[in-house]
Every structure is written in structure tokens, then in C-alpha cells.
Design a protein around this ligand. Structure first.
Ligand code: NAP
Length: 497
């Protein structure tokens, strides 16, 4: 965190914003736009060009404490509103997100790099959570209990937990925030959120729209700045009753440990290492389309990305040939280009990891059928790459790559591929491509994953419980389960006499 005033090299793409007030550089605390103590802050860059986009406030630990104070103070009045009153505000927030879709997508592409078509899709996906939870908040019912004690009346009520802490990653900077925040707010909780310092502008734009929608001061706070100091403070504070995190497994483990002394409710959406299994009976064209979508969305920087593609021997050669052609045909370009399919990676570390995985697989005997290096578009652009005949001991078969690198290996038997697919510490999503209905049902049961996608890629959305098992996390987001995470059961037994 530097207390210097950065040189403002105006990024001309910002002129395309139809509402410049959506570009916020100050943190949002207790309904006020807040500079970092002593002018602390950090630069946000466009990964496609390296150009500076903004100088964002970096909050201190004292300012983090003040934000938690504000959220704790705002909680009783927010929790006391009728669910329908909260729903009106959330609904207005949804409408504003949709009205400002183009500006929000532009901000996202500029700070995250993803192709603009994908950014628009993420805004729609993010908005859906707000709309859906606005309604779902009305359906948190009191349960009656048939008494087992003479003369007693029993009921069970769901109470909002209180202040909740949210920590979100850079790969889906808007949707990962609304998936958590809409559920928490609808349940009657107040929020302190830390967005990734790579992509804080999308979160701040959401706060601006939340303010316009009428979220009261202190209910929704965006705390920008050093993750290790701000998040540590949120984890330690007894008044924060839940911590919902999306990010890497390593940081999730650290945060879970930091939350243990204050006994917080945890929701952890962590890393993935998805298998995609293509059987001989699959339609080749459909299988290739599924492999492209499952591997190369968000330029491969997706927890749902298919990191290991297993293809049955009878289809293997034809699949590799058609997949190589499709991979080589992907358009690599600045995300602002309407035709772009693959944008820059988020930072140099991501590029280094992708190249390491390519080199390691090559050294172990894999064939590079497409790509394999840095793209001429710039230092953060990695060529869409296809590795075939990848041996089981290659790093890419064990670690999340988080880049546009697909690894394909051959298999013979169903039981063998199930064992190979399950041989990982991760368990977020698995993809299966087969026309055989009985096999679809067997695989759905046998794969150790929180989610299984059969003959398709797009499976996410507000009404479904998203989440993984093992080192991919705990708890679910979306559906009623996503809101239950932010509530506590209260059992009341009264004398009916
Ligand atoms: P990350 O490095 O774990 O960061 C996630 C969040 O944690 C960011 O807000 C980050 O802030 C913060 N953070 C970083 N270091 C921290 C520390 N020492 N203490 C407390 N907080 C800290 O993950 P990422 O690189 O942003 O995201 C990629 C990972 O997220 C991948 O593993 C991906 O699979 C996973 N992911 C999972 C899901 C899911 O739903 N399961 C969805 C999307 C992504 P700064 O960025 O400011 O450091």
C-alpha cells in the first residue's frame, strides 16, 4: 500500500462509460465514499495493456474496525424490516444493474481482461442472484413443530446471523459478490466485503448502484485494500458471525483457521480441477464444443474449467484432431474487441504457471497440438494450447492450471476413468459426454463432485446449489441453501396452557 499519488495516465476506454460516476475509487463504508488513512491506496491496471485505470483507496485496520462497527450498528434496523421491504430495495438494485449493464461490463473487461461478451454474461448472471434472493427472502418461514411434550407449543424460526464477512476473487468480480451479498442481505444480515485488489472497481460500481437503490448506510460496505490485513481483522472480530470466501484453497484454509477462535459460520468456494470425460458413443462435434466451452471460458481462469480431458480410445484420435482445429481457431484479443474469445491472464504469475504446466507436460512426453507459448498480443496473453497424450504424472493432471491450456489423455474402461477422475483432492464439478442414459446415471452417482454436468457446460444460476466437496470447499451458494448459510435456527418452546 503506497501513500503516493500515482501519475494519472488517463485510459481512453473510460470515455466510453455513459455514467462516469460508476467508476469509484474510494472504499464504501457506512454509506460514505472513504479514502484510505494517510491517502493509502493502490493502482488498478488493465491487464490487456498494462495501462493504469484507477488509484483505489487502501483501508487500514482501524478503518476496517470502523466498517464492522457500522455494519453492526445498521444490523438491527435492517433485520427488523419486513422481507418484502428488503425485497423492494434489492429489486431496485437489480433493475439498476440491468440498466447499467454495458458500463458494468466495460469496467469488468477493463480491470479483469475477460472478453466483453463474457463480461455482459457475467453481469446478467450476477443480477439474477439479486432478483432471485429479493423474492426468496420472502419465503423464510417459521416452522411449526408437533409437540412431544404435554402442554407445550413449539416453533422454529430462522434468524439472520448478523454481520457477515465476504471475500471475493478476481475471476468473477461481480457475480461472486452478488451470489453472496444478495443472499446475506435478503436474509437480513449486513455485509462487510473485501473484493480482490486486482478487480475492486466492479465491486465499487455495485456499491454505487446499491446506494442509489436505497441500501441504508452501513448495510453494504466495500473494504478495498490489503487482503491480509483487512480480511484478518474481519476474521478475528466476534461481531462478524459468518465468513463466506471464494478463492484459492490455500487462502481458504488460512482464513478458516483465522475464523476458528471466533467460531464463525464458514462458506468456502475454493479451487477446482474438473475432469471432462468423453465416451466413444459421444457425438464428436458436440464433444468438441463442450470441451472448448468447459476449458476456455474466462480464458481458462475459471474454477469450473475442465483441467483434465479423458477421451475413450475409439474416439481419441478424431477428437484430438477436431479439438486442435477448434483451439487454434479461438480468437485471442483485447477483451474490448467484440470478437475476442481469449483475453489476457490476470497477472504474470498466472502466465508463468500456464507455461510451466505446458513445459512440464512436454518434458514428460505430451504432444503440443496447438499453441504452446505467449501470444503476440502482449505479455499476459497465452496462446490457447492443446496438450495430447498427457501422462498421469504431469503437473497439469494434479494442479489447477487457471489458464487457456487443455490437457487430453486416453482411457479404455468406464471404471478406470471414474477412478482417474476421482483421484484428486478437489471435488467441484465433473463433466461427462455420453449418449448412453444408463451410463449417465452411473457416472452421476460415482463421480465425487458437488456438481456433475452431463452433455452440457452451462449449469450455474441463482436457483441451484453451487459448491464443491473435499478441498473444493464447504457449503453451497445459490438456491435456498445459499440463504440458509446466513441464518441461524431459533427454537422456541412455550407453555400452551
Ligand atoms: P485468492 O488469491 O485465494 O484470492 C481470493 C480473495 O482472497 C481475494 O479477495 C484476495 O485478495 C484475498 N486474499 C488473498 N490473500 C489473502 C490472505 N493472505 N488473507 C486473506 N485474504 C486473502 O484467489 P484468486 O486468485 O483471486 O481466485 C482464483 C481462485 O479462486 C482459484 O483457485 C479458483 O478456483 C477459485 N474460485 C473458486 C470459485 C468457486 O465458486 N468454487 C469461484 C471462483 C474462483 P487480493 O486479491 O487483494 O489479494
Amino acid at each position: 500500500m503506497n501513500a503516493i499519488v500515482a501519475r494519472r495516465d488517463h485510459h481512453e476506454a473510460l470515455n466510453r462509460l455513459s455514467d462516469r460516476r460508476l467508476l469509484r475509487e474510494l472504499a464504501y463504508v457506512d454509506g460514505a465514499w472513504t479514502a484510505g488513512d494517510e491517502g493509502n491506496g493502490f493502482i488498478v491496471e488493465d491487464p490487456a495493456t498494462g495501462r493504469e485505470l484507477a488509484w483505489v483507496a487502501g483501508l487500514s485496520q482501524a478503518q476496517t474496525d470502523a466498517a464492522i462497527d457500522a455494519a453492526a450498528t445498521a444490523f438491527p434496523a435492517w433485520a427488523a424490516l419486513l422481507p418484502g421491504e428488503r425485497a423492494k430495495i434489492l429489486r431496485k438494485w437489480f433493475d439498476l444493474i440491468i440498466e447499467n449493464r454495458e458500463d458494468l461490463a466495460l469496467i469488468m473487461t477493463l480491470e479483469q481482461g475477460k472478453p466483453i461478451s463474457e463480461a455482459r454474461g457475467e453481469i446478467d448472471y450476477a443480477a439474477d442472484f439479486v432478483e432471485w434472493y429479493a423474492e426468496e427472502g420472502k419465503r423464510v418461514n417459521v416452522e411449526g413443530v408437533t409437540s412431544h411434550l404435554p402442554g407445550a407449543h413449539m416453533s422454529v424460526e430462522r434468524m439472520p446471523l448478523g454481520v457477515v464477512g465476504l471475500v471475493t476473487p478476481w475471476n468473477f468480480p461481480t457475480a461472486m459478490l452478488t451470489r453472496k451479498a444478495a443472499a446475506a442481505l435478503a436474509a437480513g444480515c449486513t455485509v462487510v466485503a473485501h473484493p480482490s485488489s486486482q478487480t475492486p472497481l466492479s465491486a465499487l460500481a455495485l456499491a454505487e448502484l446499491g446506494e442509489r437503490a436505497g441500501l441504508p448506510a452501513g448495510v453494504f460496505n466495500i473494504l478495498t485494500g490489503s487482503a491480509s490485513s483487512i480480511v484478518a481483522r474481519i476474521c478475528e472480530d466476534q461481531r462478524v458471525r459468518a465468513l463466506s470466501f471464494t478463492g484459492s484453497t490455500a487462502i481458504g484454509q488460512r482464513i478458516a483457521a483465522q475464523c476458528a477462535p471466533s467460531m464463525k459460520r464458514l462458506v468456502m468456494e475454493l479451487g477446482g480441477h474438473a475432469p471432462l470425460i468423453v465416451f466413444d458413443d459421444a457425438d464428436l462435434e458436440r464433444a468438441v464444443k463442450i470441451a472448448i466451452d468447459a476449458k476456455f471460458a474466462t480464458s481458462g481462469q475459471d474454477c469450473l474449467a475442465a483441467n483434465r480431458i479423458f477421451v475413450q480410445r475409439g474416439l481419441y484420435e478424431r477428437f484430438c484432431e477436431a479439438f486442435a482445429k477448434a483451439v487454434a481457431g479461438l480468437k485471442v484479443a483485447n477483451g474490448l474487441d467484440e470478437e475476442s474469445q481469449i483475453g489476457p491472464l490476470m497477472h504474470g504469475r498466472a502466465v508463468a504457471k500456464a507455461l510451466e504446466h505446458i513445459e512440464d507436460a512436454r518434458m514428460r512426453g505430451a504432444q503440443v497440438l496447438a499453441g504452446g507459448g505467449i501470444h503476440a498480443e502482449g505479455p499476459l496473453f497465452v496462446e490457447p494450447t492443446l496438450l495430447a497424450d498427457v501422462p498421469g504424472d504431469a503437473a497439469i493432471m494434479h494442479e489447477e492450471t487457471f489458464g487457456p491450456v487443455a490437457a487430453v489423455a486416453v482411457f479404455d474402461e468406464e471404471a478406470e476413468v471414474i477412478a482417474r477422475a476421482n483421484d484428486t483432492e478437489y471435488g467441484l464439478v465433473a463433466y461427462v459426454v455420453t449418449e448412453n442414459g444408463a451410463r449417465q446415471r452411473r457416472l452421476a452417482r460415482a463421480l465425487d463432485y458437488g456438481m456433475v454436468a452431463i452433455n452440457r457446460v452451462k449449469i450455474t444460476g441463482a436457483p441451484i446449489p453451487f459448491g464443491g466437496i473435499k478441498q473444493s470447499g464447504m457449503g453451497r451458494e445459490g438456491a435456498r441453501h445459499g440463504m440458509e448459510a446466513f441464518t441461524e435456527l431459533k427454537y422456541v418452546c412455550s407453555d400452551a396452557a
